[in-house]
Design a protein around this ligand. Structure first.
Ligand code: SAM
Length: 226
Protein backbone atom coordinates (compact mmCIF):
# COMPACT_ATOMS: atom_id res chain seq x y z
CA UNK A 1 0.00 0.00 0.00
CA UNK A 2 1.44 3.41 -0.91
CA UNK A 3 1.34 6.43 1.41
CA UNK A 4 -1.71 7.97 -0.26
CA UNK A 5 -3.68 4.77 0.21
CA UNK A 6 -2.52 4.51 3.82
CA UNK A 7 -3.61 8.12 4.39
CA UNK A 8 -7.08 7.38 2.94
CA UNK A 9 -7.41 4.34 5.19
CA UNK A 10 -6.45 6.38 8.27
CA UNK A 11 -8.97 9.10 7.37
CA UNK A 12 -11.72 6.48 6.88
CA UNK A 13 -10.91 4.97 10.27
CA UNK A 14 -11.07 8.40 11.94
CA UNK A 15 -14.39 9.18 10.23
CA UNK A 16 -15.91 5.94 11.45
CA UNK A 17 -14.85 6.03 15.09
CA UNK A 18 -17.60 5.78 17.72
CA UNK A 19 -16.54 9.10 19.26
CA UNK A 20 -16.68 11.67 16.41
CA UNK A 21 -13.23 13.14 15.77
CA UNK A 22 -13.35 13.82 12.04
CA UNK A 23 -16.66 14.98 10.57
CA UNK A 24 -16.22 18.26 8.71
CA UNK A 25 -15.67 17.95 4.92
CA UNK A 26 -12.97 20.64 4.88
CA UNK A 27 -11.00 18.97 7.70
CA UNK A 28 -11.35 15.57 5.97
CA UNK A 29 -10.00 17.18 2.76
CA UNK A 30 -7.01 18.65 4.62
CA UNK A 31 -6.24 15.35 6.38
CA UNK A 32 -6.34 13.58 2.98
CA UNK A 33 -3.99 16.13 1.46
CA UNK A 34 -1.18 16.80 3.94
CA UNK A 35 1.56 14.14 3.67
CA UNK A 36 2.18 13.30 7.35
CA UNK A 37 5.04 10.93 6.39
CA UNK A 38 7.10 13.92 5.19
CA UNK A 39 6.92 15.55 8.66
CA UNK A 40 8.31 12.62 10.68
CA UNK A 41 11.88 11.30 10.90
CA UNK A 42 12.87 8.92 8.08
CA UNK A 43 12.89 5.87 10.36
CA UNK A 44 9.29 6.58 11.44
CA UNK A 45 7.93 7.20 7.93
CA UNK A 46 6.31 3.78 7.62
CA UNK A 47 4.33 4.41 10.85
CA UNK A 48 3.11 7.87 9.79
CA UNK A 49 -0.44 6.70 9.06
CA UNK A 50 -1.00 4.80 12.28
CA UNK A 51 -3.23 6.78 14.69
CA UNK A 52 -0.50 7.27 17.24
CA UNK A 53 1.93 9.96 18.44
CA UNK A 54 5.49 9.48 17.14
CA UNK A 55 8.85 10.63 18.40
CA UNK A 56 10.30 13.57 16.42
CA UNK A 57 13.54 14.20 18.36
CA UNK A 58 14.49 16.62 21.18
CA UNK A 59 12.31 14.46 23.47
CA UNK A 60 9.13 15.66 21.68
CA UNK A 61 6.32 14.04 19.71
CA UNK A 62 4.00 14.67 16.80
CA UNK A 63 0.45 14.22 18.17
CA UNK A 64 -1.78 11.34 17.07
CA UNK A 65 -3.81 12.15 13.93
CA UNK A 66 -7.16 11.89 15.77
CA UNK A 67 -5.98 14.71 18.05
CA UNK A 68 -4.95 16.86 15.06
CA UNK A 69 -8.36 16.30 13.48
CA UNK A 70 -10.27 17.02 16.68
CA UNK A 71 -8.39 20.23 17.41
CA UNK A 72 -8.90 21.48 13.83
CA UNK A 73 -12.63 20.77 14.07
CA UNK A 74 -13.10 22.48 17.43
CA UNK A 75 -11.16 25.53 16.27
CA UNK A 76 -13.69 26.02 13.45
CA UNK A 77 -10.85 27.03 11.13
CA UNK A 78 -11.95 28.84 8.00
CA UNK A 79 -10.47 30.56 4.98
CA UNK A 80 -8.85 33.88 5.92
CA UNK A 81 -8.25 33.07 9.61
CA UNK A 82 -5.06 34.30 11.23
CA UNK A 83 -3.85 31.45 13.42
CA UNK A 84 -1.24 31.20 16.16
CA UNK A 85 0.05 27.73 17.00
CA UNK A 86 2.16 27.20 20.12
CA UNK A 87 4.28 24.06 19.74
CA UNK A 88 5.34 23.66 16.09
CA UNK A 89 6.96 20.26 16.68
CA UNK A 90 7.16 18.63 13.24
CA UNK A 91 5.17 21.37 11.47
CA UNK A 92 2.42 18.88 10.46
CA UNK A 93 -0.42 20.48 12.42
CA UNK A 94 0.59 23.92 11.12
CA UNK A 95 0.35 22.53 7.55
CA UNK A 96 -3.14 21.15 8.29
CA UNK A 97 -4.21 24.57 9.62
CA UNK A 98 -2.72 26.21 6.50
CA UNK A 99 -4.82 23.93 4.24
CA UNK A 100 -7.91 25.17 6.08
CA UNK A 101 -7.19 28.89 6.32
CA UNK A 102 -5.31 29.38 3.04
CA UNK A 103 -6.59 26.73 0.61
CA UNK A 104 -5.24 26.66 -2.95
CA UNK A 105 -6.47 29.60 -5.11
CA UNK A 106 -7.91 31.32 -2.03
CA UNK A 107 -8.96 34.93 -2.65
CA UNK A 108 -8.55 35.79 1.04
CA UNK A 109 -5.79 33.52 2.33
CA UNK A 110 -5.20 33.42 6.06
CA UNK A 111 -1.86 32.71 7.70
CA UNK A 112 -0.42 30.45 10.38
CA UNK A 113 2.22 31.70 12.84
CA UNK A 114 3.76 28.84 14.76
CA UNK A 115 6.21 28.98 17.67
CA UNK A 116 8.63 26.27 18.82
CA UNK A 117 10.99 26.45 21.81
CA UNK A 118 13.46 23.87 20.43
CA UNK A 119 15.53 25.52 17.72
CA UNK A 120 16.42 22.22 16.09
CA UNK A 121 12.72 21.28 15.70
CA UNK A 122 11.86 24.76 14.39
CA UNK A 123 14.56 24.38 11.71
CA UNK A 124 13.39 20.89 10.71
CA UNK A 125 9.75 22.01 10.59
CA UNK A 126 10.71 24.91 8.31
CA UNK A 127 12.41 22.47 5.93
CA UNK A 128 9.43 20.08 5.93
CA UNK A 129 6.98 22.95 5.34
CA UNK A 130 9.07 24.18 2.40
CA UNK A 131 9.35 20.70 0.90
CA UNK A 132 5.58 20.18 1.10
CA UNK A 133 4.66 23.61 -0.32
CA UNK A 134 3.39 25.36 2.83
CA UNK A 135 6.27 27.80 3.26
CA UNK A 136 4.33 30.90 2.16
CA UNK A 137 1.32 30.16 4.40
CA UNK A 138 3.22 29.32 7.60
CA UNK A 139 5.75 31.39 9.53
CA UNK A 140 7.87 29.38 11.96
CA UNK A 141 9.22 31.29 14.96
CA UNK A 142 11.79 30.01 17.44
CA UNK A 143 10.91 31.17 20.97
CA UNK A 144 8.70 30.87 24.05
CA UNK A 145 5.13 30.48 22.85
CA UNK A 146 3.66 31.11 26.30
CA UNK A 147 4.30 34.78 25.49
CA UNK A 148 2.29 34.46 22.27
CA UNK A 149 3.41 36.55 19.30
CA UNK A 150 2.30 40.12 19.98
CA UNK A 151 3.65 41.42 16.66
CA UNK A 152 0.85 39.79 14.64
CA UNK A 153 -1.90 39.81 17.31
CA UNK A 154 -4.86 39.61 17.57
CA UNK A 155 -5.56 36.11 16.22
CA UNK A 156 -8.81 34.53 15.08
CA UNK A 157 -7.70 31.20 16.47
CA UNK A 158 -4.96 30.02 18.85
CA UNK A 159 -3.92 26.39 19.04
CA UNK A 160 -1.69 25.13 21.84
CA UNK A 161 -0.24 21.66 21.28
CA UNK A 162 1.57 21.25 24.60
CA UNK A 163 0.10 20.90 28.11
CA UNK A 164 -0.44 24.21 29.88
CA UNK A 165 -0.79 24.66 33.64
CA UNK A 166 -4.41 25.15 34.79
CA UNK A 167 -3.90 28.91 34.62
CA UNK A 168 -3.92 29.59 30.88
CA UNK A 169 -0.99 31.86 29.84
CA UNK A 170 -2.46 35.41 29.98
CA UNK A 171 -0.70 36.57 26.77
CA UNK A 172 -2.55 33.86 24.82
CA UNK A 173 -5.94 34.93 26.17
CA UNK A 174 -5.09 38.58 25.51
CA UNK A 175 -3.95 37.96 21.94
CA UNK A 176 -7.26 36.40 20.93
CA UNK A 177 -9.70 38.45 18.81
CA UNK A 178 -13.21 39.06 20.04
CA UNK A 179 -15.15 35.89 19.19
CA UNK A 180 -11.81 34.14 18.66
CA UNK A 181 -11.25 30.54 19.78
CA UNK A 182 -8.39 29.10 21.83
CA UNK A 183 -7.89 25.32 21.91
CA UNK A 184 -5.59 24.25 24.74
CA UNK A 185 -4.81 21.19 26.89
CA UNK A 186 -4.44 22.25 30.53
CA UNK A 187 -3.85 20.48 33.81
CA UNK A 188 -0.94 18.54 35.25
CA UNK A 189 2.61 18.58 33.87
CA UNK A 190 2.98 14.80 33.70
CA UNK A 191 -0.28 13.06 34.59
CA UNK A 192 -2.73 14.06 31.91
CA UNK A 193 -4.82 17.10 31.18
CA UNK A 194 -8.20 18.23 29.88
CA UNK A 195 -8.70 19.73 26.45
CA UNK A 196 -10.49 23.09 26.57
CA UNK A 197 -12.13 25.26 23.95
CA UNK A 198 -12.18 28.85 25.12
CA UNK A 199 -14.12 31.49 23.23
CA UNK A 200 -13.50 35.17 23.86
CA UNK A 201 -16.72 37.17 24.09
CA UNK A 202 -16.04 40.82 24.82
CA UNK A 203 -14.41 40.85 28.23
CA UNK A 204 -15.55 37.28 28.96
CA UNK A 205 -14.03 33.91 28.17
CA UNK A 206 -16.43 31.03 27.76
CA UNK A 207 -14.60 27.79 28.54
CA UNK A 208 -15.76 24.28 27.64
CA UNK A 209 -14.04 21.01 28.60
CA UNK A 210 -13.95 18.56 25.71
CA UNK A 211 -12.15 15.43 26.92
CA UNK A 212 -9.17 14.05 28.84
CA UNK A 213 -5.85 14.16 26.94
CA UNK A 214 -2.13 13.63 27.42
CA UNK A 215 0.39 16.11 25.98
CA UNK A 216 4.07 16.92 26.53
CA UNK A 217 4.42 19.97 28.83
CA UNK A 218 4.35 23.59 27.78
CA UNK A 219 7.63 24.92 29.12
CA UNK A 220 8.13 28.67 29.45
CA UNK A 221 7.53 31.88 31.33
CA UNK A 222 3.77 31.26 31.66
CA UNK A 223 4.05 27.48 31.37
CA UNK A 224 5.80 24.84 33.48
CA UNK A 225 9.44 24.99 34.57
CA UNK A 226 11.72 22.70 32.55
N1 SAM B 1 1.98 20.44 16.73
C1 SAM B 1 3.10 19.56 16.66
C2 SAM B 1 3.17 18.76 15.40
O1 SAM B 1 2.30 18.91 14.51
O2 SAM B 1 4.13 18.00 15.25
C3 SAM B 1 3.23 18.66 17.85
C4 SAM B 1 3.59 19.38 19.05
S1 SAM B 1 4.34 18.51 20.36
C5 SAM B 1 3.03 17.54 20.97
C6 SAM B 1 4.49 19.89 21.48
C7 SAM B 1 5.56 20.86 21.08
O3 SAM B 1 5.46 22.00 21.93
C8 SAM B 1 6.97 20.31 21.28
O4 SAM B 1 7.68 20.37 20.09
C9 SAM B 1 7.57 21.23 22.35
O5 SAM B 1 8.94 21.46 22.19
C10 SAM B 1 6.75 22.50 22.12
N2 SAM B 1 6.75 23.45 23.25
C11 SAM B 1 6.67 23.23 24.58
N3 SAM B 1 6.69 24.38 25.26
C12 SAM B 1 6.75 25.38 24.33
C13 SAM B 1 6.77 26.80 24.39
N4 SAM B 1 6.74 27.48 25.54
N5 SAM B 1 6.85 27.49 23.24
C14 SAM B 1 6.89 26.86 22.04
N6 SAM B 1 6.88 25.51 21.92
C15 SAM B 1 6.80 24.79 23.05
Amino acid sequence: MNYEEKRKKLVNNLKNRDYPVLTKPEVIKAMLKVPRHLFVPKDAESSAYIDSPLSIGSGQTISAPHMNAMMCEYLELKEGDKVLEVGTGSGYHAALCAELVAPKNSKHPGHVYTIERHEDLAKKAKIALKKTGYESMVTVIHGDGTLGHQKEAPYDKILVTAASPKKIPPPLRNQLKDNGILCIPAGSKSYGQDLYIIRKQGEDYDSKRITGVRFVPLIGEFGFES
